[in-house]
Write a protein that binds this ligand. Sequence first.
Ligand code: UD1
Ligand code: M6R
Length: 365
Amino acid sequence: QKGRFAHFMIKEAFDQPESVVNTMRGRVNFNDYRVVLGGLRSQLANIRRSRRIIFSACGTSFHSCVAVKSIFAELTEMPISVELSSSFLDEQLPIFRDDVCIFVSQSGETKDTLLALEYCKERGALCVGVTNTVGSTISRETHCGVHINAGPEISVASTKAYSSQFIALTMIALQLSDDNMQKVARRTEIINGLYRLSDDLRKTLELEPQIKQVAEQLKTARNLIVIGRGYQSATCLEGALKIKEVTYIHAEGILAGELKHGPLALIEASMPIILIMPKDRHYSDSENALKQITARMGKPIVIASAEDTSPLFNDLQTLRVPQTVDALQPLVNIVPLQLLSYYLAVARGIDPDSPRNLAKSVTTA
Ligand code: UD1
Ligand code: M6R
């Protein structure tokens, strides 16, 4: 089942060029730029008429919702919020009949997400599932939904489900916005990006030997900071979660805009830092963050675009990834962090498929 790989985690990370295609198969038509999700067809008008969309999920699935929040809002022009399922009930969030609630879960069995689903159903909201497991409780209990079709994910640390959830959610936004003529150019750009995605992921996975070396370098680290902003906010959080989950290193995802509001105090020569810095509209802000870090003797490893020749990287280690559409760039940029967490675990003698204290499916609240 693991083929040439030593663990499911790395096998599943390497599945991604294929699993993302399976998520889009029969749903994205790259000739006429249409997206049709069979599972949403009957409710499309109701979703478009709703007052707002609320995403709810846990862990990595929560991060996939955070990752698509801004493109979802941009395409649908609807108010969007993203809520952790575990705090949904604690906060007794007000939910109404004209709300659409989207529950994202790889397993479809996460208790906290199920409780949030029951809560929203009782209040009359339209409940949509985005699940990987056909026949799972969330898939059955939601009014409609989308199976992400990533294939079984065995490793406790989620990798390919994250990219497929991201794509499924992006496809929902593309389908919801296909009646808006003002979005044609943006939709076309994204669909072209989705067409190239599998190749982009394949090229990114070629960083494996370089990432193994970085893991050797960082294997005794006690802390690790992952910094980024804009579209990469979720990448920081998800990268840090992956690292803490399988390496037991204390890792923190920090949004670059927040640096000077506290985290800058952590920066010094010995603090391991990864800075995610794609060429997008936040680039000059990221340059500022990089200058703030290097001025305090920080030496970040930069995840940068392959074409970026910035002299700011001269004395720094860089992991060069293919550049794609801004809203899809997180799909590419998470890959080096998935591989790094895997190789850090291996270098530290940890079995990444069985991290301590964790279960693949969290069926208790
Ligand atoms: C469906 C078939 C697929 C077939 C395709 C052909 C299934 C599971 N899928 O895919 O095998 O190739 O038609 O047209 O038989 N749903 C929920 N909640 C969820 C996820 C899904 O209610 O969390 C519902 C959907 O609303 C839909 C059904 O489950 O009614 C299947 O969803 P999905 O597999 O995404 O639909 P298709 O892509 O159309
Ligand atoms: O099955 P789900 O997607 O609902 O699971 C949610 C989280 O428990 C899960 O993503 C967890 O954070 C992963 N182990 C992260 O790699």
